[in-house]
Write a protein that binds this ligand. Structure first.
Ligand code: ATP
Ligand code: MG
Length: 483
């Protein structure tokens, strides 16, 4: 694998991008879940503790109220102590009972008895509130302080007699919460590990075909046109592979066509050149050649030059067509006029062979087309009709409407085209009978050019033919063209 800007490209490949994206998303999701679950569990546990201790505080408050002297509304020390000895065993924390003078009346740990006390929770409870608060003390760790008022009600008043104060350790609770936190962390770690392995496999599945495709493309770029990708499936990558294979088939087809074309052109150009060379050489090697023979040979050379010219013109026309593909010069033109013009320019040639050209037309038809190009296409097809018809024959051109098309039909009673040749006559350089065509001077490019021109006009050319009976060409051009 190569390096890009000095960084190993392995780390910026699609595989690693996918993998890091998966993992990043997963870590974020796990982090959020962990934090949320941890906070939720913590608050549930602590709230549960608070509620349970406030309830206990209330139970104690109700009990100790009974130890209050009806007369002076003060705690009876003796009764209180006896009562609390029993109660304190039920609570796993420290219990203080404080009277309304803020003096500790009872301490389950015994060392604060009769001392004054000033605690936030006691002061608030003294005002009638039930209160709980969490502290993190250096000596005891996490603790919960609870204050619950001890009230006395009769029909006339509601008096606060003192406060029940509870202090309980939350260390156990936090220990339990931490255990859950660790378990959560452990599960997350395992999940992360598992998903890393799965993602590695998955990203491989995605990146492997891309790698294969790249390799095949590189081979194609180095000249091996017929490379194929062997990927199955109907996903995007499968479709990409199919598109690639299709393109590569096309490419090798085009490459084959190009090679054939170059070979054909060379051959076509070489033939007249060889004849010319032969003619001129024989003139040069025979010093006393009579003038008539000179003239005869020069005439032959001249016709070979015409032939060469013709081929080059056809080739140039073909090149033009490829370049001008998108810029046909559309103009409103009369089809009848165009056909007549072509026929008129061919008539002298037809006359030489005693061939008559007739035009059947029932109405004037005007459509948008590139006059120059359509002239060229008609010229070749009508010229063929004369060229491949024996002396004394006839060519009939008909102009008619057929649905949304103008049809120009060219009938001749000439030599015809064998059925097995019909599929090929529109191919470049194809000639039914090379020997005879040589005599008549064709290069086999005419129909290919005509076909291209008509296709560019969104039209079609079809042919029907019977050997020794005649040939019919149908040119169909759309009446309403969308240039
Ligand atoms: N009307 C026709 N009758 C009989 N054969 C035809 C007719 N038109 C075309 N062909 C055959 O189809 C072949 C291809 O025609 P095309 O016009 O492409 O080439 P060409 O006439 O030989 O040469 P070019 O037109 O380039 O001078 C011809 O060589 C000929 O064999
Ligand atoms: Mg021709």
């Amino acid at each position: 694998m190569g390096t890009i800007l000095g960084i190993n490209s392995k780390f910026i490949s699609i595989r690693w991008k996918l993998l890091s994206t998966y993992l990043l998303l997963l870590v974020i999701a796990l982090l959020i879940i962990n934090i949320f679950v941890y906070e939720r569990i913590k608050s549930n546990y602590i709230t549960e503790k608070e509620i349970s201790y406030i309830t206990q505080g209330n139970i104690i408050s109700n009990r100790v109220r009974l130890s209050v002297d009806e007369e002076n509304k003060m705690f009876n020390q003796l009764v209180l102590s006896q009562m609390m000895e029993e109660v304190s065993r039920l609570v796993d924390g420290r219990i203080l009972i404080v009277d309304r003078e803020n003096t500790v009346m009872y301490d389950s740990f015994h060392d604060l008895k009769n001392s004054p006390i000033n605690l936030y929770e006691v002061n608030r409870a003294m005002k009638g509130e039930q209160i709980s608060h969490q502290y993190d003390l250096p000596k005891f760790g996490k603790v919960l302080y609870i204050g619950v008022p001890v009230s006395y009600y009769d029909d006339y008043s509601d008096t606060i007699l003192g406060v029940v104060f509870l202090s309980v350790s939350l260390e156990d609770t936090y220990q339990r919460i931490n255990n859950i936190k660790n378990l959560l962390f452990f599960i997350s770690l395992i999940t992360l590990l598992l998903i890393t392995v799965i993602s590695l496999l998955l990203s491989d599945m995605i990146s492997e075909p891309i790698k294969e495709l790249t390799e095949v493309m590189q081979k194609t770029a180095h000249g091996a046109m017929d490379q194929k990708v062997s990927m199955e499936g109907n996903d995007e990558i499968g479709q990409l592979s199919k598109a690639y294979n299709f393109m590569s088939t096309k490419l090798s087809h085009i490459e084959k066509q190009r090679q054939d074309f170059v070979a054909n052109v060379s051959r076509e150009l070489k033939t007249p050149l060889s004849s010319m060379k032969l003619l001129s050489e024989s003139l040069l090697t025979q010093p006393d050649t009579p003038v008539e023979v000179y003239q005869e040979f020069l005439k032959d050379i001249d016709s070979e030059i015409d032939r060469l010219n013709g081929i080059i013109e056809s080739l140039l026309a073909m090149v033009d067509m490829n370049e001008e593909k998108l810029k046909l010069d559309y103009q409103l033109a009369s089809v009848n006029y165009l056909v007549e013009k072509v026929a008129n320019s061919i008539r002298p040639l037809a006359h030489k062979k005693n061939i008559k050209i007739f035009i059947n037309q029932w109405e004037k038809i005007q459509i948008y087309l590139d006059k120059g190009k359509i002239y060229q296409a008609l010229m070749n097809i009508i010229h063929n009709a004369v060229k491949y018809t024996d002396e004394g024959g006839k060519v009939v051109i008909s102009i008619l409407k057929e649905g949304k098309y103008v049809v120009i039909r060219i009938d001749d009673n000439g030599i015809g085209i064998p059925t097995d040749s019909l599929p090929y006559i529109f191919e470049r350089f194809y000639r039914v009978d090379s020997a005879r065509s040589r005599k008549t001077g064709g290069s086999g490019l005419g129909l290919s050019i005509s076909h291209q021109i008509i296709s560019l006009h969104q039209g079609t050319v079809d042919v029907e033919s019977t050997v020794n009976v005649g040939t019919t060409f149908y040119i169909r051009l759309p009446m309403e063209l969308n240039p």
